[in-house]
Each structure stands twice: as C-alpha cells, then as structure tokens.
Ligand binder design. Sequence first.
Ligand code: A3P
Length: 313
Amino acid sequence: MESKKSSLASSTPNISPSASGLTQCQGFWIPSRIAPISSIISFQKYFQALDEDIIVASKPKAGTTWLKALVFTIVNRHFYTLSNTPLNSANPRHLISHFEVNIYRESPNPDLSNIPSPRLFATHLPYPMLADSIKRSYCRIVYITRNPFDIVVSFWHFLRGVHNLPDWSVEDCLEMFCRGEEGYGPFWDHALGYWNMSLEKPSNVLFLRYEEMKEDPVAQTKKLAEFLGFPFSMEEEKTGVVNQIVDFCSFNNLKDLEVNKTGKMAEIILHSNKLYFRSGKVGDYVNYLTPTAVERFNNILEEKLSGSSLTFK
Ligand code: A3P
C-alpha cells in the first residue's frame, strides 16, 4: 500500500512543497515526482538482470557522480582515452542512467538487449526495492555511502539550488533525516540493506565509503576495478594509468570541465550540472550543523544501527 504524503501535511510544517512530495512505498520514502512509483513497479516487474551487469547504487549526495565517473572510465578504458572519453562532454549522470528516474520513466518495458556488455545502470533505490532478477543474478552492485551529516548538508544545498528555496533551513532538512523521511530514506535502512548484502554476497555487492575514497583514491579505485572484473594490469599500474584515472575523475577536474560548469540537466526541473559539484570535502557539516543537532541525529543513528556491524565515523 502506498500512502501519499501531502506537501501541506502538518507533520512537515517547515518543508516547502517543492522539497517534499515524498511517497511512502515498500517501507521507504520515494521522491515520486522524480522517481514515479509506476516506474519503480515496472522496473521491479520487467527488468531482467544479466550476470555481467554493473549497477551503481547510492543515496543522493553520497558520491554517485564520482562513482559513476570512475566506473564508466574503468570499464571503458580500452575504448576511450582520457582525452576522448564522453565524460569530457557529458555529466557522469548522463552516461549511466537510473532505472527509476530515467529508464523505466521513459518506457514501462524498454528493450535493453542492445546495450553492449557490461551494461551499466544506476539506482538510488534501496536494496529491498531492487528487481528480483538482480537479486537472483550474479551481477555486480557497487554501493557508495557517506557520513550522513555531510549527506544532509550536501542534500540541503542541492535541493535549495534545484528548487530555489532560499528560506529552507538546514535544520529543517536535518529534521527530515531524523524522521527518516527524506528521499529514498530512511538513511539507516538504505545503508543497512546494501551493507548486509555486501557481507552476505561480497563478490556481488561492494560497499564503498566516500571518506575512504577521498583518503586513498588509488587503492579504492584498484579495489573497485578488481571487483568490477576489470583489474588493472601490472603494466597499467607501472605506467600510471590508475593515477591518471583517479586524477581525471577527481572533484577538481570534473568540476572544471565546461559541460559541468555550464551544462544543464533536464530531470523534472531544469538545473545546472554544476550543482553536482559543490565542495567535495569530508566533514563540511561542522560549518552548518550545531553540535546539539549533530548529537541528536547521532543518537538516532546509533539506535537504528545498533545490532549491526555498520558504523559511521
Ligand atoms: P558536496 O555537496 O558535499 O560538495 P551525488 O553525486 O551523489 O549527488 O553527490 C554529490 C556530492 O559529491 C557533492 O558533495 C559533490 O560536490 C561531491 N562530488 C561530486 N563529484 C565529486 C568527485 N569527483 N570527487 C569527490 N566528490 C565529488
């Protein structure tokens, strides 16, 4: 059963109509204007996973754009050089489409059989909402997550930018996360679904953390390539291919590409690609959230994650 949360519902007094519009579906809050429930149902019903498929999974603002750039570059490195890769003229989001936002929104039962192998897909959906065919197959899922406080702040900036909400406060945004009523939330259930699967099926689900990628992008990129079945050869390592890919996909490089400085994205609302590249830092939340607010969310997270081995620094 779905229940629609009215943008004027009294339990969300401070959230502007443009920032809410969430629909509860299968235990999660779905931003159904951008990811219609009908598209999700079609995806669950019709998508036939292949063992070679690669799926980039994340919650918004966890580092999806970065991970898409890395996955695309690693998998296609024998087809494109870094000077002629499509990433020079397209935002990573355009090169790996989301099931719920793009593919099954455009058509309820699209023909995906012509896509060259490995097919690259993306999703913000939580693990329990993935098509059963994915869960039955041997396809690879790479999940990226991030310190939830940075996600809150990044999400707040992003939504304010997309919907032009100057009055929407970061405290209101944090409240949504504390209630678990943010897009694709609750955060803890989203992360736990992929975390548990990464423990259960480590060759099918890789769990990455934004902070670890920032700390050691070369090691994490090698780990990613290995997991994807596209490991770097000794020769590639010796000739600096890994470092070149890491540098190309870095925040500073992608942010400065013309397409990401001036390009636009037409997903529901026309918005600038540059909104996907804000500061790219770890721990920026301290500049926005009070210690009291952090403690409140932290207590909720500790309770929700207790009994699991998943922790956030
Ligand atoms: P900030 O708002 O904290 O800067 P997503 O791609 O999931 O929407 O996440 C966007 C966040 O990732 C933004 O965080 C953005 O700046 C950051 N980001 C985008 N590209 C990045 C890259 N190549 N390296 C590191 N961070 C990146």
